[in-house]
Design a protein around this ligand. Structure first.
Ligand code: ZN
Length: 181
Protein backbone atom coordinates (compact mmCIF):
# COMPACT_ATOMS: atom_id res chain seq x y z
CA UNK A 1 0.00 0.00 0.00
CA UNK A 2 2.89 2.34 0.75
CA UNK A 3 5.51 0.72 -1.51
CA UNK A 4 5.82 3.91 -3.58
CA UNK A 5 6.62 6.13 -0.61
CA UNK A 6 10.12 7.50 -0.47
CA UNK A 7 12.03 9.93 1.69
CA UNK A 8 11.51 13.46 0.44
CA UNK A 9 14.12 16.18 0.60
CA UNK A 10 14.32 19.85 1.36
CA UNK A 11 12.84 22.18 0.04
CA UNK A 12 9.73 20.02 -0.50
CA UNK A 13 6.90 22.12 1.06
CA UNK A 14 5.46 19.06 2.84
CA UNK A 15 8.47 19.23 5.18
CA UNK A 16 7.35 22.70 6.24
CA UNK A 17 3.76 21.85 7.22
CA UNK A 18 2.51 21.34 10.75
CA UNK A 19 1.36 17.71 10.84
CA UNK A 20 -2.05 16.56 12.08
CA UNK A 21 -2.66 14.26 15.04
CA UNK A 22 -3.52 10.63 14.30
CA UNK A 23 -7.14 9.85 15.21
CA UNK A 24 -7.66 6.33 13.87
CA UNK A 25 -5.47 3.38 14.73
CA UNK A 26 -5.91 1.22 11.67
CA UNK A 27 -3.99 -1.45 9.81
CA UNK A 28 -3.13 1.30 7.36
CA UNK A 29 -1.30 3.23 10.08
CA UNK A 30 0.67 0.07 10.95
CA UNK A 31 1.57 -0.45 7.30
CA UNK A 32 2.79 3.14 7.10
CA UNK A 33 4.95 2.71 10.22
CA UNK A 34 6.41 -0.51 8.76
CA UNK A 35 7.24 1.25 5.50
CA UNK A 36 8.85 4.15 7.35
CA UNK A 37 11.03 1.74 9.33
CA UNK A 38 12.14 0.06 6.08
CA UNK A 39 12.97 3.40 4.42
CA UNK A 40 14.82 4.57 7.52
CA UNK A 41 16.88 1.38 7.66
CA UNK A 42 17.68 1.50 3.92
CA UNK A 43 18.91 5.07 4.34
CA UNK A 44 20.95 4.08 7.43
CA UNK A 45 19.06 6.59 9.54
CA UNK A 46 18.13 6.40 13.22
CA UNK A 47 14.84 8.30 13.04
CA UNK A 48 12.14 9.27 10.55
CA UNK A 49 9.02 11.43 10.85
CA UNK A 50 5.76 11.23 8.86
CA UNK A 51 6.35 14.41 6.85
CA UNK A 52 9.67 13.02 5.60
CA UNK A 53 7.73 10.47 3.53
CA UNK A 54 5.22 13.13 2.51
CA UNK A 55 2.62 12.10 5.12
CA UNK A 56 1.71 15.04 7.33
CA UNK A 57 0.65 13.04 10.37
CA UNK A 58 2.14 13.02 13.86
CA UNK A 59 4.04 9.75 13.86
CA UNK A 60 7.78 9.12 14.24
CA UNK A 61 9.84 5.95 14.12
CA UNK A 62 13.29 5.47 15.58
CA UNK A 63 15.88 2.72 15.89
CA UNK A 64 19.36 3.43 17.20
CA UNK A 65 20.87 -0.05 16.82
CA UNK A 66 19.58 -1.36 13.48
CA UNK A 67 18.13 -4.45 15.26
CA UNK A 68 14.47 -5.14 14.44
CA UNK A 69 13.72 -5.62 18.16
CA UNK A 70 14.71 -2.01 18.82
CA UNK A 71 12.15 -0.42 16.51
CA UNK A 72 10.17 2.25 18.34
CA UNK A 73 7.04 3.87 16.95
CA UNK A 74 5.51 6.93 18.60
CA UNK A 75 2.15 8.36 17.58
CA UNK A 76 1.08 11.87 18.62
CA UNK A 77 4.26 12.46 20.66
CA UNK A 78 4.44 15.35 23.11
CA UNK A 79 7.72 16.42 24.72
CA UNK A 80 7.91 17.98 28.17
CA UNK A 81 10.15 18.42 31.23
CA UNK A 82 13.24 19.31 29.19
CA UNK A 83 16.42 19.43 31.26
CA UNK A 84 19.89 20.75 30.49
CA UNK A 85 21.52 21.61 27.20
CA UNK A 86 23.97 19.78 24.99
CA UNK A 87 25.51 20.53 21.59
CA UNK A 88 26.15 17.64 19.19
CA UNK A 89 26.38 17.08 15.47
CA UNK A 90 23.19 16.09 13.64
CA UNK A 91 22.26 15.08 10.14
CA UNK A 92 18.86 14.62 8.50
CA UNK A 93 17.71 12.15 5.83
CA UNK A 94 15.82 15.03 4.19
CA UNK A 95 18.96 17.20 4.08
CA UNK A 96 21.55 14.85 2.56
CA UNK A 97 25.10 16.16 2.84
CA UNK A 98 24.46 18.40 5.83
CA UNK A 99 25.87 17.75 9.28
CA UNK A 100 25.67 20.56 11.75
CA UNK A 101 26.03 21.28 15.45
CA UNK A 102 22.67 21.63 17.18
CA UNK A 103 21.90 22.53 20.78
CA UNK A 104 19.21 20.28 22.28
CA UNK A 105 17.89 19.51 25.73
CA UNK A 106 19.95 16.85 27.46
CA UNK A 107 17.03 14.92 28.94
CA UNK A 108 13.35 15.01 28.10
CA UNK A 109 10.09 13.21 28.75
CA UNK A 110 7.85 11.97 25.96
CA UNK A 111 4.21 11.04 26.19
CA UNK A 112 2.71 9.44 23.10
CA UNK A 113 0.61 6.44 22.09
CA UNK A 114 1.67 3.31 20.24
CA UNK A 115 0.14 1.86 17.06
CA UNK A 116 -2.72 0.39 19.11
CA UNK A 117 -3.47 3.72 20.74
CA UNK A 118 -2.02 2.61 24.09
CA UNK A 119 -0.37 5.33 26.20
CA UNK A 120 3.43 5.56 26.37
CA UNK A 121 5.33 7.67 28.90
CA UNK A 122 9.10 7.59 28.72
CA UNK A 123 12.08 9.61 29.79
CA UNK A 124 15.42 9.56 27.96
CA UNK A 125 18.70 11.41 28.05
CA UNK A 126 21.44 11.86 25.46
CA UNK A 127 21.22 10.24 22.03
CA UNK A 128 17.59 9.06 22.09
CA UNK A 129 16.42 12.33 23.68
CA UNK A 130 18.17 14.15 20.83
CA UNK A 131 16.50 11.99 18.15
CA UNK A 132 13.09 12.57 19.77
CA UNK A 133 13.63 16.32 19.61
CA UNK A 134 14.85 16.19 16.01
CA UNK A 135 11.89 14.05 14.85
CA UNK A 136 9.29 16.05 16.80
CA UNK A 137 10.66 19.19 15.13
CA UNK A 138 9.70 17.63 11.79
CA UNK A 139 6.07 17.31 12.96
CA UNK A 140 6.00 21.08 13.37
CA UNK A 141 7.74 21.83 10.08
CA UNK A 142 11.05 22.73 11.73
CA UNK A 143 14.27 21.52 10.14
CA UNK A 144 17.99 21.58 10.84
CA UNK A 145 18.26 24.62 8.58
CA UNK A 146 16.28 26.51 11.25
CA UNK A 147 18.48 25.24 14.06
CA UNK A 148 21.89 25.96 12.61
CA UNK A 149 23.86 29.07 13.34
CA UNK A 150 24.83 31.75 10.79
CA UNK A 151 28.26 30.21 10.11
CA UNK A 152 26.73 26.83 9.30
CA UNK A 153 24.12 28.56 7.12
CA UNK A 154 26.91 30.08 5.06
CA UNK A 155 29.01 26.91 5.08
CA UNK A 156 26.14 24.80 3.75
CA UNK A 157 24.82 27.30 1.23
CA UNK A 158 26.15 25.32 -1.74
CA UNK A 159 24.56 22.05 -0.59
CA UNK A 160 21.22 23.77 0.02
CA UNK A 161 21.35 25.38 -3.40
CA UNK A 162 22.05 21.99 -5.01
CA UNK A 163 19.06 20.51 -3.17
CA UNK A 164 16.89 23.40 -4.38
CA UNK A 165 18.01 22.84 -7.95
CA UNK A 166 17.38 19.11 -7.70
CA UNK A 167 13.89 19.73 -6.33
CA UNK A 168 13.12 22.27 -9.08
CA UNK A 169 14.28 19.79 -11.74
CA UNK A 170 12.11 17.02 -10.28
CA UNK A 171 9.08 19.32 -9.82
CA UNK A 172 9.06 21.63 -12.83
CA UNK A 173 5.56 22.99 -11.99
CA UNK A 174 6.40 23.94 -8.43
CA UNK A 175 7.43 27.53 -7.99
CA UNK A 176 9.99 27.17 -5.24
CA UNK A 177 10.27 30.30 -3.22
CA UNK A 178 13.84 30.74 -2.17
CA UNK A 179 14.12 31.33 1.53
CA UNK A 180 16.18 34.32 2.49
CA UNK A 181 19.25 33.37 4.45
ZN1 ZN B 1 15.40 15.00 9.99
Amino acid sequence: MYEDLKIICWPDPRLRKKSKPVEEFTGELKALAERMLVLMREAKGVGLAGPQVGMNIRMIVINTTGQAGDDRVYVNPVLSEAEGEEEEEEGCLSLPGINTQVVRSKAIRMTAVNLEGKALDQKEAGYIARIWQHECDHLNGTMLTDRMGPTAQIGNRRILKDLEERYAAEHPQAAVKRKKR
